[in-house]
Design a protein around this ligand. Sequence first.
Ligand code: ATP
Length: 357
Amino acid sequence: MIEIKQVSKVYGAGAGAYTALDGVSLTIRENEFFTLLGPSGCGKTTLLRMIAGFDFVTTGSLVLDGENLIGKPPYLRPVNTVFQSYALFPHMTCAQNIAFGLRMLRKPKDEIARTVAEMLELVQMTRMADRLTNQLSGGQQQRIALARALAPHPKVLLLDEPLSALDFKLRKEMQIELKRLQTQTGITFVFVTHDQEEALTMSDRIAVMSAGKVRQIGRPREIYDQPADRFVADFIGETNFLAANLSAIEAGGACLEFAPGVRLRARAPKAGTSVGPVTLAVRPEHAEIVSPGDGHLEGELINIVYFGTGTAYHVRLREGANFVVRTQHADILPADIPVGDRIGIRLRDGAAQILGD
Ligand code: ATP
């Protein structure tokens, strides 16, 4: 549906020039909930603004549904945007806000009335139709902003951190709500967030960005379980980084060695990786505490943190690095081990991801 090829954006010129996007290429499919995820300043909003047409690309191409977008003004693009600030008209009612864009498009009166009623129902705000938008809660304003943006039936809806002004509980509710709206309308959503949990919860696919570049594109599970590099592994979830020796690469897998005879199977590394020292990423829940000598690693238990649904064990490895093991309370918990004891850590088969760089 959207083809972004080698898009770069440079703000300013000469010594003050700043590259906000650096050769970004990605394809967003029809009916997809696609998320641009990355830390503040990585270029997410810039990319969204390029798709919306609020700003020009410096180089590269942008095609939507087979149509070249370069040079097309925003109002001629079949795209609508929901902003973080909602940008509702405070002196208009909810219904008038939703009708506004349709009036601009000179739609017939009965069609406008029908669409407004449909949209109010879609976001479950029918009883608020005649209320002024400055008399609504944050969550209700968000729903009206969504209804207004969806009313002209755009092919693509762009959402720039639309949930960031909501409190934690409402945010969780709206995450589910947004996903429902996307599925129900079948409209392609391009969603911007710096919140990795939000991205994992809602998206069909995620593009992880840093410093104007795309680091990895994949389904939430792929991004979490098979991070392409150290940045992605570190940015998404909690990760232990670990040195090991890659002793063999075989068909469909690899063999890691932590000490003579202490081996673990791992997924095959990226093409071009050679045997020798490598860095591994291991999620804390993919490891378990065992007796010293029984695991792949060994160290001293330095802290135990209870966090409600589970417990985290902080271990200082023999080599000096720290390692966290997280257990869920549904798992069989290790017997009470006093802080200061020596323990072993066993990594589950396939737990270690060999990082590219
Ligand atoms: P955030 O999550 O904080 O909104 P972001 O990933 O959306 O961050 P962008 O707003 O796309 O980041 O900005 C990317 C970089 O480009 C930033 O370093 C920003 O300072 C810079 N930038 C954005 N707009 C301009 C501009 N008009 N002129 C100069 N630099 C800009």
